[in-house]
Design a protein around this ligand. Structure first.
Ligand code: IVH
Length: 688
């Protein structure tokens, strides 16, 4: 009887393991769960209970074995039977990096110039740490770090906790070592650091935040306590093989990656077969353009000769294969020294601590300033003058100080003083105050403060506002510091003679500025309103205000209640607008700017005009016969309608042109009405 029960339990346990493996693969690797979390948990708990009652059923590949396990006192050493190699790095981040590699390959293969292009597999260079996963009989038996390439560390207990890594493979060779990168996704990294900050704030000892996803991943992999490792969300991408006994015979790297994917390993979709140097250059450029939008960090791309026969012919030099190269992007983090910490005053009086740095090349440009955001951030990072810091510049983001690096060993220079925010404005001396619940200190000087005046002028003159071409920071400094302009209208009173008399101002440049000022007078109401620099009024709000009120006088006299009627205007924005126009000097500036000749085409105030599309939501898809997408959107919005990005039950109409895709299908699925441009025009004309 007992034997019969046992065999039923064994069958059920095996069944549960298979189901949980399949569900886990869909959840972690394919990112497309098949069942709810609760349903998964119920099966998981059933298996746990079975294993508790029948410990002999607990197999190393059981999904229950991912978490838990004893705390270790150290890592065992693992010898890699097939060494873990590194890749030669092409530091030339331009196109010639790819060209040089292709040239080298063609030369090594002794290909004549007329020979066809060599085929490569281009993939990402993940910024994590290399890992070797060993499967015997299809079961994960060992995970090891690269170490020196020949000897690594056994970190199986931690790697098991990574949901993306299969514990068991179907139809795999008897021995299979899969090589790849363990990394942390950006969002997981941010969430981990937020949790760490909360722990630190709660006074927990020994907790710290992590500098970047790679350090966080490396720390998690080398955790001696698997329970802690399990709380550090790691991910994995497979990109190669180590020892293999038996199994398929592949002819290309691409085919091998496909097998890895079929076995259930995560393989980055962002990969491409590329023939010849130009295709490599293209991949490098395309990937570079998407780099900051990828959910994980990369520091370059990798090109590998696709044919495994050619790889074998090319062989190795020392520890690097000749058939692969890493083609980098400019580093986004570098270390440098803090020379000073300045406090800058923004247009709305916000005080920002800024680290002045010894010049450093990072993210493709030379950086000399990095923001410390606000007093709390500066204190949390404890940045001081003289410190060596890690500076980060990704994409177009303002460079920031990530963290202070440890002082070099043996250095006994005392550190600088702890940063404190001045209680008065460093520019005008007015009081600086931090309001309850706000992170920022603000100078209370308003337009008395020359820093705020300068920023206000630069804001007004920027391309997205009224646009005065050539009016840059240096010129504004000269004009404000020289007392030549105090307010925005003063700009338009600067004559040619005043400008030409400025230091380092050539006649030609003075003429250009005069012309640019003249040209800027013809503007639009939204640009003008945005240019005024009212706190919380960005471009989108300025457009809404212009559409709603039709002119600046109606806006200046609007009560808070009336302002609240405008799309997207909430209490904070309404109050800010009211406060702005309650100041006589601001109303005066508007009148004078108009008197100087600033003008814009009249807009019919929305409140007077009928709004045929009020209350309707549209989704635009495909190519319309005459209207561009933006034009259609503007027409709909002007008529009181809303334009949304995706189709839902709340959508009133889908406006479809030719080549409409999934949005049209979705509309049909949900029974949402579909219309064409002609029908839209009828509705705009007031027909229904
Ligand atoms: S292949 C035969 N492919 O870069 C070459 N490595 O310096 C073995 N890495 O230790 C590595 N992305 O940690 C390869 N797509 C990729 C990679 C990659 C990142 C890392 C890996 C390795 C180092 C090589």
């Amino acid at each position: 009887m007992a034997a019969l029960e046992d065999s039923a339990a064994a069958r059920r346990a095996a069944e549960l393991r298979t189901t949980l493996h399949r569900l886990g693969h869909h959840y972690y690797v394919l990112d497309a769960p098949l069942v709810s979390d609760a349903a998964y948990d119920a099966l998981f708990q059933e298996l746990q209970a079975l294993e508790a009652a029948h410990p002999q059923l607990r197999t190393p590949d059981s999904p229950t074995q991912r978490v838990g396990g004893a705390v270790l006192d150290g890592f065992a050493t693992v010898r890699h039977t097939v060494p873990m190699l590194s890749i030669r790095t092409e530091t030339d981040t331009g196109p010639s990096g790819a060209q040089a590699f292709d040239t080298r390959i063609r030369k090594e293969l002794e290909l004549p110039e007329t020979a066809a292009a060599v085929e490569y597999l281009a993939e990402l260079k993940f910024d994590g740490l290399a890992m070797s996963l060993r499967y015997e009989g299809g079961v994960l038996v060992q995970a090891a770090t690269r170490g020196d390439g020949e000897y690594g560390e056994d970190v199986t207990h931690n790697i098991r906790t990574i949901g993306q890594i299969p514990l068991r493979l179907q139809d795999a060779p008897p021995v299979l070592e899969v090589r790849g990168e363990v990394y942390m996704r950006r969002a997981d990294f941010e969430a981990l650091n937020a949790r760490q900050r909360a722990r630190i704030d709660a006074g927990e000892k020994g907790e710290k935040t992590f500098v970047n996803p790679r350090n966080a991943a490396a720390g998690a992999v080398r955790q001696l306590d698997p329970a802690i490792a399990a709380q550090r969300p790691l991910s994995f991408f497979a990109y190669g093989l180590g020892e293999v006994q038996g199994g398929p015979h592949w002819s290309s790297h691409a085919a091998m990656l496909q097998s890895l994917e079929d076995w259930g390993f995560p393989v980055a979709q962002h990969r491409r077969v590329a023939a010849g140097a130009d295709a490599l250059v293209q991949f490098h450029a395309d990937t570079g353009a998407q780099r900051d939008r990828l959910p994980f960090e990369i520091d370059g791309v990798v090109y590998k000769v696709n044919s495994l026969a050619l790889q074998q012919r090319l062989g190795f030099v020392s520890r690097e294969p000749r058939w692969a190269v890493a083609h980098k992007y400019p580093a986004q983090e570098q270390s440098t020294q803090v020379l000073a910490i300045d406090v800058q005053v923004g247009r709305t009086g916000k005080l920002t601590p800024v680290a002045k740095l010894a010049p450093v090349f990072v993210g493709g440009v030379t950086v000399t300033n990095a923001t410390l955001h606000n007093e709390d951030e500066a204190r949390r990072k404890d940045v001081r003058v003289g410190d060596t810091v890690l500076v980060r510049r990704a994409g177009d983001v303002i460079p920031e100080v990530v963290s202070v690096l440890p002082q070099p060993a043996g250095s006994d220079t005392p550190r600088g003083e702890v940063f404190t925010m001045p209680r008065s404005c460093p520019v005008c001396g007015s009081a600086a105050v931090r309001e309850e619940g706000e992170a920022d200190y603000r100078c209370t000087g308003g337009l008395v403060c020359s820093a705020q005046r300068k920023q206000a002028i630069l804001h007004f003159a920027q391309r997205r506002a009224v646009e005065v071409e050539g009016l840059g920071e240096k010129l504004v400094d000269q004009l404000v510091d020289g007392g030549l302009i105090r307010t925005l209208p003063d700009l338009y009173r600067l004559g040619f003679a005043t400008l030409a008399a400025l230091d380092r101002m050539a006649e030609k440049s003075a003429h250009n500025i005069v012309d640019a000022l003249e040209q800027s007078k013809a503007t639009t109401l939204p640009r003008f309103l945005f240019g005024l620099g009212i706190r919380h009024v960005g471009e989108a709000t300025a457009k809404e205000l212009a559409r709603h009120f039709g002119d600046v006088d109606a806006l200046m006299d609007a009560t808070e209640e009336q302002l609240l009627e405008v799309n997207d205007v909430g209490p904070t924005v309404a109050l800010s607008i009211r406060t702005f126009f309650d100041q006589p000097h601001n109303r005066e500036a508007v009148q004078q700017l108009r008197a100087c000749g600033i003008h814009w085409p009249a807009i019919a105030a929305a409140s007077d005009a009928p709004k045929p599309l009020a209350g309707l939501t549209f989704v635009i898809t495909g190519t319309l016969p005459t209207l561009g997408r933006d034009a259609a959107k503007a027409l709909i919005e002007d008529a009181g309608g809303k334009v949304a990005g995706s189709v839902s039950k709340k959508t009133s109409f889908v406006l479809a042109g030719t080549e409409a895709g999934s949005k049209l299908e979705k509309a049909q699925e949900l029974g949402v009405a579909v219309m064409d441009e002609a029908r839209l025009r009828e509705m705009l004309d007031g027909g229904t």
